[in-house]
Design a protein around this ligand. Structure first.
Ligand code: IMP
Ligand code: MG
Length: 180
């Protein structure tokens, strides 16, 4: 098991098999909901890249993919609510059905900003959010993912793309950080 100075990971919260089954269900729902439409799937870097690569292979629609990156300012664990876009999508968004793919919704500040500010007023046909995980305990912004994989308790989650300071992204399951 991987460990880094001061930290290791706990037991398995969601196994590879549980994640795969849920991702397949999400893909089927998205396929039904957007039947006949063309979809632009935008992953929010970096945390979403593992989930997104599995999710798109479960969507039976004509789709394009892109990525963007955002970071929310704050001191310590408190977010100020200010969000900075560090990488913009590389395609024209006008007229598109956009599905934003996120690893986890925590305070909700990042997604609230993206949905209500960044993606507003660009002649976009629709913007929906697909989050693998929802951690409602720490929610500050009023935002609910349109599609979500699982609800998690207020623990620091790692694995399946989610990191602690860039570590543990490669774990195939979802677990949580433990201080050693
Ligand atoms: P927020 O919803 O604006 O607070 O920001 C959510 C972002 O914070 C996610 O996209 C993750 O990158 C990161 N994050 C929040 N909670 C966790 C966690 O438990 N593990 C790893 N990253 C997290
Ligand atoms: Mg993230």
């Amino acid at each position: 098991m991987i460990s880094i100075p001061g930290y290791e990971v706990g037991g398995i919260l969601l196994s590879e098999e549980e994640i795969a089954a849920r991702v397949a269900e999400l893909g089927q729902r998205i396929t039904q909901d957007y039947a006949g439409e063309k979809l632009l799937v935008i992953g929010i870097l970096k945390g979403a890249f593992v989930f997104m690569s599995d999710l798109i292979r479960q969507i039976d629609l004509d789709l394009e993919t892109d990525f963007m990156a955002a970071s929310s300012y704050g001191s310590g664990t408190e977010s100020s609510g200010e969000v900075r876009i560090t990488k913009e999508p590389g395609v024209d968004l006008a007229g598109r059905h956009v599905l934003l793919v996120e690893d986890i919704v925590d305070s909700g500040i990042t997604l609230k900003y993206l949905k209500d500010t960044y993606f507003a007023d660009r002649d976009i046909r629709s913007v929906k959010i697909c989050a693998l995980l929802d951690k409602p305990a720490r929610r500050k912004a009023d935002i609910t993912p349109d599609y979500k994989g699982f609800t998690v308790d207020d623990r620091f989650i790692v694995g399946y793309g989610l990191d602690y300071r860039e570590h543990f992204r490669q774990l195939p399951h979802i677990t949580y950080l433990v201080e050693k």
